[in-house]
Design a protein around this ligand. Structure first.
Ligand SMILES: NC(=O)c1ccc[n+]([C@@H]2O[C@H](COP(=O)([O-])OP(=O)(O)OC[C@H]3O[C@@H](n4cnc5c(N)ncnc54)[C@H](O)[C@@H]3O)[C@@H](O)[C@H]2O)c1
Length: 342
């Protein structure tokens, strides 16, 4: 009879694997998992979510999301991300808005093998997914990026876009808290010119690629501000106005079911009104694996909207687990010496 141990990796262990300096590696893993998923080698069932509302305002206060996954092929890894978001944290800024954890299991014996702090993984993989979307969907000659939201994801999205488009001259960054944008601008000094923007319109109107990753609960970006041939990537649920959804030439998503059924999303009323149908939507994984074409012309206007997929976390977490074993990071927590009942 066998003992069961779980490798516990806290945030510092995750940092010590080199994750934060390795956006290139994360981009490569995220692209791999989109390709495997497009080739039907990933099981990524719809996430299950619990939402708690603020008893006074009725607005959502916190969300808890279970994201089980199996990645096939050479990865061969089952796992789950237990994700959570808090609007209170976003307001008080004492804790990150999103706090996540990943569990990786053995595909044969089913023992959970690792419990990994998932917040940094989320930030890196979310940004890398945006980077991969931009790789396939943005104009190749894109030079100016506009970003709305200078939080955790805002920082990594800049990292990913600069990595995918080394020719980027300028990033315009807007946040309602100017000091947050200024801090990120300072961090990127010497790597890319991040200019703090004074308004939403100024951020959008100059940009070839737009990325929104704010905690706003109302639309921020107007269609008339966008440049012809745009790519706008929306990471929140309803940061773009409805006209961007109805008037873009192509709508691409990471996963349609969770977006389609999210009653807070900009898509929801449009689906109810019959203005958006399933056949309007393309999946990024089908583009990455070559089943459908990416951008076909300079003038094409494209919306990419993401809600996040567990398979992105599991592929990155699997790499972290292997690196941690190589580097001797974390500690083993024993669940049993031998099973009590068998
Ligand atoms: N699609 C995905 O895969 C995915 C994954 C993780 C997070 N997200 C989403 O990304 C968003 C950002 O997450 P985060 O962890 O970076 O949060 P965060 O709280 O760290 O950052 C959000 C930023 O948005 C700013 N903001 C709020 N309202 C704004 C407005 N009206 N105009 C400009 N800026 C505004 C805040 O000041 C803050 O700096 C959230 O909506 C989250 O749900 C998406």
């Amino acid at each position: 009879m066998k003992e069961w141990q779980i490798l516990m990796l806290n945030q510092q262990d995750v940092i010590n694997t080199g994750l934060l300096e390795d956006m290139t590696g994360v981009l490569e893993k995220v692209e791999t998992v989109f390709r495997l998923h497009g080739m039907e080698q990933v099981e990524n069932p719809p996430k299950t979510m619990i939402t708690l509302n603020d008893p006074e305002t009725g607005d959502w206060m916190s969300k808890f999301i279970a994201m089980p996954v199996y990645i096939g092929g050479k990865i061969n890894r089952p796992g789950i991300k237990w994700a959570a978001e808090s609007m209170t944290n976003a307001r008080t800024r004492e804790l990150p808005m999103g706090i996540d954890m990943v569990i990786l299991s053995d595909p044969v014996t089913v023992e959970p093998k690792a419990i990994i702090e998932g917040t940094l993984i989320t930030a890196m993989r979310t940004a890398a997914a945006t980077g991969i979307a931009a790789k396939y969907l943005a104009r190749k000659n894109s030079e100016i990026v506009g970003c709305i939201g200078a939080g955790v994801i805002g920082r990594t999205v800049i990292q990913a876009l600069v990595e995918v488009f080394p020719g980027i001259r300028k990033v315009k960054l807007f946040d309602i808290y100017k000091e947050k944008a200024e801090k990120i601008a300072e961090e990127f000094q010497g790597r890319v010119n991040v200019e703090v923007a004074n308004s939403l319109q100024e951020t959008v109107s100059e940009s070839d690629i737009m990325a929104t990753m704010s905690t706003s609960t109302r639309p921020l970006v107007k269609k008339e501000w966008l440049k012809e041939g745009y790519l706008i990537t929306q990471l929140g649920a309803n940061e773009v106005e409805a006209r961007i959804v109805t008037d873009s030439d192509m709508i691409v998503v990471d996963d349609w079911e969770p977006i389609k059924h999210n009653h807070l999303s900009v898509f929801y009323p449009l689906i109810k009104e019959g203005k958006i149908r399933d056949d309007h939507i393309k999946l990024l994984r089908h583009i990455v694996c070559g089943k459908i074409p990416a951008r076909i012309s300079e003038g094409q206007n494209i919306l990419y909207s993401s809600r996040g997929m567990g398979c992105l976390d599991i592929i990155v977490a699997d790499h972290i687990y292997k690196t941690a074993i190589e580097k001797g990071l974390g500690y083993n927590f024993k669940m049993w010496d031998k099973p009590y009942w068998i």
